[in-house]
Every structure is written in C-alpha cells, then in structure tokens.
Design a protein around this ligand. Sequence first.
Ligand SMILES: [Zn+2]
Length: 155
Amino acid sequence: MRCPFCGNIDTQVKDSRPAEDHVAIRRRRFCPACGGRFTTYERVQLRDLVVIKANGRREDFDRDKLERSIRISMQKRPVEPERIDQMISGIVRRLESMGETDIPSKTIGEIVMESLARIDTVAYVRFASVYKNFQAADDFEDFVSELRPHVPAEE
Ligand SMILES: [Zn+2]
C-alpha cells in the first residue's frame, strides 16, 4: 500500500483488527521512509459482482435490491426477520464464492428460489411467480399444482 504522504510503496502493517462488527478489517500502517502513519479498511466489495440480465445488459449487483424483492415475497409470512437476514447473507456469500464476477440474473434467481423454498413455500411461490414472469395463467396453475403437496394446509 503506497504511503499517502511520500509515495513510498513499501509500507508496513503494524496492527490488524476487526471493525464494524466484523464486516471490515482495520489496519494501522507505518511508512519507514517518512515515518507517516495511516489507517486502511478492508471490506468485501460487492460492487465487483456484475449481473448479466436476460437481455444481455450488465448491471452492478445491488444487495439492497435483492433484499427488497425477498422482503416483498416474505410479507406477512411467519418468518423471523433475523432468519431473512441470514438467508440474504447466505445468498450473497454464495454469489461471492462462485469465483466469477459476472453472474447471470437467472443464476441469482435460482439461488434465491432455492433458499426461499427451504424457508417458506408461500414466499417461494410469490417470488417465483414474479421471477419467472408467467404470462399464461395456465403455466402458473401447473407450477402451483406441482408445489401443492408442500403448501401448508391453511393455504
Ligand atoms: Zn511515507
């Protein structure tokens, strides 16, 4: 890391510790050339992920957008908010660990559906119905009837 005071690139890390409730690492750095001290933060950079949409357009991955669509699917469902948070973090971790920066929106949709299906079938159907953009009511009926055995009795 280049020294911001003198431009020397050979600076030393004196101390590293977790910060911001473990989402960042704070490093105290020292420049032996000029004696300057400075601090850097290391955190996961989600903007490195690019979503390739069905029409071929590219878009920066936006965790908030993902979260919004999941929360809409989860509206009024008996699932604790912490579980939803955990699920979203899990999805993001999976995307980050795929080893690719370009991720088709289809892949993201499938991972979301898989995760929702494990937590709440109703939320899954809601999300899937929007995601898959069912044009014909018949398609949607087929889809729901496939799921029906797993749908809770109150439905
Ligand atoms: Zn320096």
